[in-house]
Design a protein around this ligand. Structure first.
Ligand SMILES: C[S@@+](CC[C@H](N)C(=O)[O-])C[C@H]1O[C@@H](n2cnc3c(N)ncnc32)[C@H](O)[C@@H]1O
Length: 307
């Protein structure tokens, strides 16, 4: 019996070693030709999915030539701003930025192929649709207040304002990182009369008015459950009657999770639709005021609660 299980363990180990060898050989070839071509994208993803926890460090050592801020994935890995998900990397995703350096460009193209990156671009489109819907709701000519938590590059605001001639929204924008605010102000310089930036932590920020909409994407997935519920409960109080709060969060089905974690050292709290609904319940919001939206890939979910 003991002999049999040892044999099984040995052969499992052999398979693992063979896969590992194959992966390292493949990665070395990719590095020599400065990155993958589109036909190799799915092979990389399948191989990364096979990486075991004990192989992560050696894999990162092999990948070291590209894990620097010049590639998007390396920017995530090295965190030049000190944390994951800063405004600059998000802006690179929105802009479909590809470093022209031949050592980086194929890796950046590969990054934009990742479903998680596509979902981030989709969430910007979803934000713009939601702003337009709020803008068109109710009384014409009446100003509507929007609060954005973790506003980052404020790209969605920029595209919304550019594409909405009869805008009635004014925005309060909260971000912890002054660099994000400086960037967003510069990007939106023609709309500054509609935008009020506040360099604050959303955990400590207390509004002094009520809002028709509170929007947040790319922020709550960095918070533990208890902070998620705390913030939901707190900001729900600042919704005007009929107002709504929409909070984005990566879904548990994110197919890019492993590559983000292993190559990008980018960890998020992934949450299912049921978990998001449960958070609303825990925040004391009734079920009939709660629903979950999704962008077309279903990778970014959005908890929507109404007052
Ligand atoms: C991933 S970006 C998302 C930006 C934007 N919401 C979007 O979807 O494009 C997250 C932003 O939240 C900001 N942030 C992170 N923690 C924060 C906190 N506790 N309070 C306020 N802002 C925060 C970061 O500085 C960053 O600009």
């Amino acid at each position: 019996m003991i002999e049999k299980s040892t044999t099984l363990a040995d052969s499992m180990e052999d398979i693992h070693l063979a896969e590992r060898e194959q992966l390292y050989q493949f990665i070395k070839e990719l590095l020599e030709k400065h990155g993958p071509d589109p036909g190799e994208y799915d092979t990389i993803l399948k191989m990364v999915d096979l990486i075991q926890p004990e192989d992560v460090e050696i894999f990162r050592v092999i990948m070291k030539p590209i894990l620097h801020p010049g590639t998007i994935i390396g920017f995530s890995f090295t965190k030049p701003f000190g944390y994951n998900g800063d405004f600059f990397i998000i802006e690179k995703i929105y802009q479909h930025y590809v470093n022209p350096d031949e050592k980086c460009c194929k890796w950046d193209q590969f990054f934009h192929y990742l479903p998680a990156a596509i979902a981030v671009v989709n969430r910007k489109k979803l934000a713009i649709e939601q702003f337009k819907r709020i803008n068109e709701n109710g009384d014409k000519g009446l100003q509507k207040n929007v609060l954005i938590l973790g506003s980052g590059p404020a790209n969605e605001v920029n595209e919304y304002l550019q594409s909405t001639p009869h805008n009635q929204l004014v925005f309060d924008m909260i971000d912890l990182d002054q660099r994000a605010i400086d960037y967003a102000k510069s990007k939106n310089r023609e709309y500054l009369s509609l935008l009020n930036f506040m360099n604050q932590n959303v955990i400590r920020f207390t509004p002094n008015k009520s809002y028709n909409m509170i929007w947040s994407a790319g922020l709550f997935d960095y918070f533990k459950d208890k902070h998620f519920v705390f913030l939901l409960k707190k900001f729900y109080q600042y919704l005007a009657p009929g107002g709504e709060m929409i909070i984005g969060n990566f879904n548990t089905n994110n197919p890019s999770r492993k590559i983000m974690e292993i190559m990008g050292d980018w960890f998020l709290y992934h949450r299912s639709e049921e978990e998001l609904m449960q958070f609303a319940h825990q925040a004391g919001i009734s079920l009939d005021k709660t629903e979950v939206l999704a962008e077309p890939l279903g990778i970014n979910l959005f908890l929507r609660v109404r007052k």
